[in-house]
Design a protein. Structure first.
Ligand code: SF4
Length: 222
């Protein structure tokens, strides 16, 4: 897109600080059902599900965990079976060797350092083997202690299109978003962008004509 056109579009929609609240409010109405797509019933199941969701779909993870969580309830259960058995049980999520290894390391640390409980803070979560910042952000937000903003492929694309960031690196994008998004919205904001990205603001063919925030978006084609 030519630079002059981008500048013109930015001027038309106004500064991002004034746009962020109406954008969140409209998306919250439009996607009232926007929540995490993983199925879990405890912090441990949440942590395992998020870890397994790397490089695969949430639907696929839910299919696997439906059986997995009937067999494995506590951290000790994951260590009580041979690694090969755990690998077979999570095989369909892909990268099963690495994931089984991470799961066992994760459970060992939960038992040894956190009394078998899932910690709540980002600093503690990222110390667990196999838990990167994105996983830690998802888990802490879902447990009601959001300390950052989850940046996945949809959040990155929409944040760029909406003019919230010019960065490519997820850590830098998160930093920009944390300065902009009101703290009380840190947990729901990524869900809103993820669902809007899936339903309307498609990577290849954004449906700007059906978008409830097209008058606030500098990338609108309408
Ligand atoms: S107006 Fe278009 S580019 Fe902007 S958020 Fe909506 S669908 Fe995406």
């Amino acid at each position: 897109m030519p630079r002059s056109y981008v500048q013109e579009a930015r001027k038309r929609v106004g500064p991002k600080k004034l746009r962020i609240r109406p954008i969140i409010e409209r998306l919250a109405v439009e996607h009232a059902d926007a929540t995490i797509a993983l199925t879990f019933s405890s912090p441990l199941e949440l942590l395992v599900s998020v870890m397994l969701s790397a490089q695969t779909t949430d639907v696929n993870v839910n299919r696997v965990t439906k059986t997995l969580f009937r067999k494995y309830h506590a951290p000790e259960d994951y260590l009580a079976v041979p690694q090969e058995e755990l690998e077979r049980d999570i095989f369909a999520t892909g990268f099963y060797r690495q994931k089984a290894k991470s799961l066992r390391g994760m459970m060992k640390m939960l038992i040894e350092e956190f009394d078998g409980e899932v910690p709540r803070t980002l600093e503690e979560l990222v110390r667990i083997p196999g838990v990167a910042r994105k996983t830690a952000n998802v888990v802490s937000a879902e447990l009601g202690h959001a300390q950052g903003i989850v940046v996945d492929t949809h959040v990155r694309r929409l944040s760029q299109r909406l003019g919230f960031t010019k960065e490519e690196d997820p850590v830098k994008i998160e930093r920009d978003l944390m300065k902009l998004v009101p703290r009380e919205d840190w947990a729901r904001f990524p869900h809103l962008l993820i669902w809007h990205g899936r339903r309307v603001c498609d990577a290849r063919r954004p449906r700007c004509e059906d978008c409830v925030i097209n008058d606030l978006c500098p990338s609108s084609r309408v």
